[in-house]
Design a protein around this ligand. Structure first.
Ligand code: ASP
Ligand code: MG
Length: 349
């Protein structure tokens, strides 16, 4: 069982989704069993957050955003599927839009946006993209099953950045795909807690979903399809001579991701590394490029430095005390306060 994940820009519109379908079908001839993990269409998660926040602050602009989102997905359906094949997925999409409408109205009435409500709202994006893409595969004549990620990925209830309960999740995945073969499509990023309440894995978390699936099923490879040629030596927007690395280790990829390289979510490496499953980063818009292979093999390179990452919007906090006596106590309080607000500490001295 192979796992292929496609990010937001790869599924941003009908034309890009058609590319994705071609890429998957190209592989489907050799590999019968493939799970396709998809992000929400590019920009949709941001837009969902924006409408949720507008609704909370009593700003009616959320309605226009909501309507644009529903229209966009209806258009995607119309462009991808012939007239006679649209009805079932149109009904599904309408149902998701109605649910979203209700959630937004609830937020607007209460003028309150809990992290739980925001997760339910954000989950609309991946549910829509996965349902539509699954229908598009079927329309192209390839039987495809839509899988609801919330039935497989089990988390705690820390809404917004839930922690995955690995054992339960792997059991569910293994069980589900014992019976199910062929092609499946599932939304990344979304999950559910033990009571079935929708949670999310943190922004950009679809990569992590793909890695969890791959690890649970002992996949031979996890492919992450994105919009760049691979992990770059530096951010090409800032560094002219940056070039894609053809192969790096899990540790190197983890460090680069953690310290600002946007190409892959930092949590992605762990499930794959523990099972020694290679992760291949590929470009949907340039499939001929070799991409970056991430695995456990230590690399010998001509250059000493693998890559340089950069982070923006960093706050530097300097605390001063006249006495060294309370340092450990103060440190403990500082870290506790930051942790309460989910603020990550990158470096401390
Ligand atoms: N759609 C989610 C986000 O934009 C998850 C993902 O794309 O991986 O953060
Ligand atoms: Mg993404």
């Amino acid at each position: 069982m192979k796992v292929l994940k496609f990010g937001g820009s790869s599924v941003a519109n009908a034309a890009n989704i058609s590319r994705v379908i071609d890429i998957v079908l190209g592989q489907h001839q050799q590999d019968h069993d493939i799970i396709v993990v998809v992000s929400a269409a590019g920009g949709i998660t941001d837009s969902l957050i924006q409408m949720a926040e507008a609704a909370r602050s009593g700003n009616d602009s959320y309605q226009a955003l909501f309507e644009a989102l529903c229209r966009k997905h209806q258009e995607m359906i119309e462009e991808l599927l012939g007239t006679n094949a649209r009805q079932p997925v149109q009904t599904q999409a309408q149902k998701l839009c109605d649910e979203l409408d209700n959630l937004l109205q609830g937020v607007a009435l209460l003028k309150e946006l809990s992290t739980q409500a925001l997760d339910a709202i954000m989950s609309t994006g991946e549910q829509l993209s996965a349902q539509i893409i699954s229908a598009a595969f079927n329309y192209r004549g390839v039987p495809c099953t839509y899988v609801d990620a919330r039935e497989l990925i089990q988390t705690d209830n820390k809404f917004g950045h839930a922690a995955v309960q690995i054992e339960a999740t792997y059991q569910r995945i293994a069980h589900a795909f014992k019976q199910q073969q062929g092609l499946s499509v599932m939304g990344g990023f979304i999950a559910a807690d033990q009571s079935g309440v929708t949670t999310t894995l943190g922004r950009g978390g679809s990569d992590y979903t793909a890695s969890l699936l791959g690890a649970a099923l002992d996949a031979p490879i996890i492919e992450i399809w994105t919009d760049v040629d691979g992990v770059m030596t530096a951010d090409p927007r800032h560094v002219k001579g940056a070039f894609p690395l053809t192969s790096i280790s899990y540790e190197e990829a983890g460090e680069l991701a953690h310290f600002g390289a946007k190409v892959i979510h930092p949590k992605t490496m762990k499930p794959a590394r523990l099972k020694n499953i290679p992760i291949l980063i590929k470009n949907t818009f340039n499939p001929e490029a070799p991409g970056t292979l991430i695995d456990g093999v230590s690399k010998q390179r001509q250059h000493l430095v693998t890559g340089v990452s950069s982070l923006a919007n960093i706050a530097l906090l300097r605390l001063q005390s006249s006495s060294i006596k309370y340092i450990s106590e103060i440190s403990a309080r500082v870290f506790q306060a930051l942790s309460k607000e989910h603020i990550e500490v990158l470096l401390t001295t």
